[in-house]
Design a protein. Structure first.
Length: 228
């Protein structure tokens, strides 16, 4: 075909890439929370010693019942109130002020020894999920003599792209390009430290990578909802 017979060869397009449908994740650190964290840690250690673990998403760790507000003391109540404040800030209800609604919290503790993890899962039936980090454990050591930390401590919180299975079923290896021009990952890991509070939509699948360090990692999880 000659150039003369292709009259539309000169057509060009300039496309602006737009990101749609954000998934909000709030990640903050509690200020002056040493006393709060110490009280939570004490309550969890006492409960851990007295009660058996539930089997939920945890593999190799201890999972308390979801009644920590009953045995966690004032520190647990203060943590729940803080998480609800974050949820209110990130929520919209047509015709209703988030502050006027009755919010509910279910809370439980996780103690993860070396090797423990949490499988990918979601929290159905509630609006928000949250996690607070009490103790991150210790990084792996090269040896007692040197005392130098090497490698990663693991235990990272990760989130899965909820859209990923659909394009993957069509063609493995296919990725959407993000607004930064890079292939969008199917998983995002969120670095956290003791004192961090993370809030995210309860439908978002997430999990915890294996704890590769030493000592116990201790965290508190919450389901946050409103009474309709």
């Amino acid at each position: 075909m000659t150039t003369a017979s292709r009259p539309f060869d000169g057509i060009r397009v300039r496309a602006a890439q737009i990101g749609l449908y954000e998934t909000p994740i709030l990640h903050g650190r509690l200020a002056d929370a040493a006393a709060l964290t110490a009280a939570l840690r004490s309550a969890i250690c006492d409960r851990h010693a007295a009660m058996p673990s539930l089997a939920r998403s945890n593999v190799g760790g201890w999972h308390s019942a979801t009644d920590m507000l009953d045995w966690g003391g004032p520190a647990a109540v203060a943590l729940a109130d803080t998480a609800v404040k974050m949820a209110k800030r990130a929520s919209h209800f047509d015709g209703r002020d988030p502050a006027s609604l009755e919010w509910t919290v279910k809370m439980w503790a996780n103690v993860s020894p070396p090797g423990a993890l949490n499988m990918s899962h979601a929290h159905p039936g509630v609006l928000w999920a949250a996690v607070y980090y009490v103790d991150m454990g210790q990084p792996p050591l090269s040896g007692e003599a040197s005392g130098e930390a090497v490698g990663e401590a693991g235990g990272a919180l990760f989130f899965e792209d909820p859209r990923f299975p659909v394009p993957f079923m069509r063609l493995p290896g296919f990725r959407l390009l993000g607004t930064d021009g890079q292939p969008q990952p199917i998983e995002r890991r969120l670095p956290t430290e003791a004192g961090d509070l993370v809030l995210f939509p309860a439908w978002l699948r997430h999990g915890v990578r294996p704890h590769l360090g030493t000592g116990d990692r201790i965290s508190i999880a919450m389901n946050i909802d409103v009474k309709d």
